[in-house]
Design a protein around this ligand. Sequence first.
Ligand SMILES: NC(=O)c1ccc[n+]([C@@H]2O[C@H](COP(=O)([O-])OP(=O)(O)OC[C@H]3O[C@@H](n4cnc5c(N)ncnc54)[C@H](OP(=O)(O)O)[C@@H]3O)[C@@H](O)[C@H]2O)c1
Length: 280
Amino acid sequence: MATNTAVPTIALNNGVEIPQLGFGVFQIPPGETKQATLTAFEAGYRHIDTVEMYGNEREVGEAVRESGIDRDEIFVTSKLNNSFHDPEAAAGAFQGTLDALDIGHVDLFLMHWPLTDGGYVETWRAMERMYETGNVRAIGVSNFNVHHLNRLAAETTITPAANQIEVHPYLTQDELRAYDSQHGIATEAWSPIAQGLVLKDPVVERISRRVEKSPAQVVLRWHIQRGDIVFPKSVTPERVRDNFAIFDFELSDADMSDITLLNRDERTGPDPDVFDYIPS
Ligand SMILES: NC(=O)c1ccc[n+]([C@@H]2O[C@H](COP(=O)([O-])OP(=O)(O)OC[C@H]3O[C@@H](n4cnc5c(N)ncnc54)[C@H](OP(=O)(O)O)[C@@H]3O)[C@@H](O)[C@H]2O)c1
């Protein structure tokens, strides 16, 4: 197995260290996730991002157990599905995640979406109680905007360790990232290459040719240099390795700024202020 020495870690606000690059398993079908995760471990990844809603927590857990890598060297994030915001249901769902993964503790547990009914404050209090159990090393949120975070700050005790939000060159999220940073919340960038959309951008292609790295490597490197945490998804072993090989070059300030200027506030996923999807 390759080692993970090339990947920097970021200290969360409770001191827990998270590898800045991980592997996302969204849309990897059941039956393929275990092998994809093992391929990622082989390439050197030690951080996996999943959620109950993806239907593949069990396979992620199997890969962790079968990898031969010490559990303490692997960082696993999962999330509270939208169906389980009720505090009692949330506790049961967290236990469901622990059982499905079957790897002892979870490293980071996030509230997947705030939903629009305002109940996320009570749900966060339920997550604070999960943290007290010691079965999760850090708790955080996902798809929270500034107004959601302000309510948590005013009405609850624990500051989220992380906020996992959509970020890529077409949606740079600078205001929300600045808020996170000012409040000790790590920003995690989901869909970091906008599911492939940004890879054909002429600016990205131009930089890619000049620095002799693939467009995906250029965009992932841009995230790393901005200080965000990323976990690109791929079921293609060459891409899994390509996405990992981003620590042997640097983008110049001019390249960084040219990519940031591509922002057009364009989402590939839902807007958290209107998203209310509850899986049945
Ligand atoms: N919290 C949330 O609400 C939320 C929402 C969405 C995603 N996420 C997390 O973020 C992770 C990543 O986001 P994502 O899966 O939506 O999108 P992404 O990582 O931006 O893009 C994945 C897509 O890009 C392709 N790809 C990957 N590497 C490539 C490369 N080097 N060259 C060309 N194409 C490449 C993949 O194709 P192949 O697989 O066919 O190779 C796949 O179609 C997810 O897996 C999940 O863990 C969280």
